[in-house]
Design a protein around this ligand. Structure first.
Ligand SMILES: [Zn+2]
Length: 271
């Protein structure tokens, strides 16, 4: 069984402030250890469920050379392998090779989500809203669509309660979730301590892999229209000359293709 562990940092127990997720900040060094240990918990759970190949992919933009490179290398479970990608959604090799399931660890809720700790979508500075064929989604939706492109179901999502609810609404009741904190606001939460959160994630990962058919691979539909509302007009300026991108207004673009993945590639990598 091949399992892709796809991860972000904001949904980790103990993390409630941007400084804990920003490379170079004194608080980041503890944050990345907390992050790596939650991933290890998912890896242990996957192993216990019979996974024979586990690849971890860090999707956290920590800034500079820390982006997608936040894992503490010599703390990672020796039974996984891991990818440092150059750009978010750039690495698809393991999915393409034929993967049985994906587990999402440390996810955060979409921009504007009430009680979503560190909520944002892609970029806290630039992105306001994102729709796939009219459905408002956050980063769980993006990663799930990426997995779905190669027929891979998402069986587990961990993060705060708002993230778990967002994921269940999008992916269905068959999804297993582990809420490691309950947001009180964007920068505050009632939390489960890291050690117990890891136990819950390990157990969640193990149980989720016992039924590979519990969740259907996510497909936003075909044809697929992706629409983005930005916070700033400069984000649209950068896309103005991209052929497949339709500028809707000063802060909004739209692009359509046969599949979600084609539509995504038509605008996301241009900036
Ligand atoms: Zn992140």
């Amino acid at each position: 069984m091949k399992v892709h562990v796809i991860t972000d940092m904001e949904g980790v127990s103990g993390i409630v402030k941007w400084q804990q997720t920003s490379g170079g900040d004194p608080m980041y060094e503890e944050g990345r250890r907390l992050y790596t240990e939650e991933i290890n918990a998912a890896v242990r759970g996957a192993k216990a469920a019979g996974a024979t190949e586990i690849v971890v992919m860090d999707c956290h933009g920590a800034g500079g050379a820390w982006s997608f490179n936040s894992l503490v290398h010599d703390l990672l479970d020796p039974d996984c392998e891991y990818v440092v990608q150059e750009e978010w959604t750039a690495y698809t090799g393991f999915l393409e090779s034929g993967c049985d399931a994906a587990l999402f660890v440390g996810m955060h809720a979409m921009n504007g989500a009430q009680f979503g700790v560190l909520n944002h979508t892609v970029s806290g500075q630039e992105w306001q809203n994102l729709w796939f064929n009219g459905t408002l989604v956050g980063e769980t939706g993006i990663n799930a669509a990426l997995c779905g492109t190669w027929g891979v179901p998402v069986l587990l999502v961990t993060g705060d309660r708002a993230t778990c609810e967002e994921a269940t609404e999008l992916l269905g009741a068959g999804l297993r979730t582990v809420a490691v904190k309950e947001g009180l606001g964007r920068y505050s939460a009632r939390q489960i301590p890291a050690v117990r959160a890891r136990q819950m994630i390990e157990e969640g990962a193990k149980r989720s892999l016992q039924d590979l058919g519990a969740v259907q691979p996510y497909d936003p539909g075909s044809p697929c229209t992706i629409e983005v509302e930005y916070k700033v007009s400069s984000a649209v300026d950068k896309l103005r000359r991209v052929p497949a991108v339709e500028v809707v207004d000063s802060r909004r673009i739209r692009t359509t293709a046969d599949t979600w993945w084609q539509a995504w590639q038509q605008f996301f990598f241009f900036d």
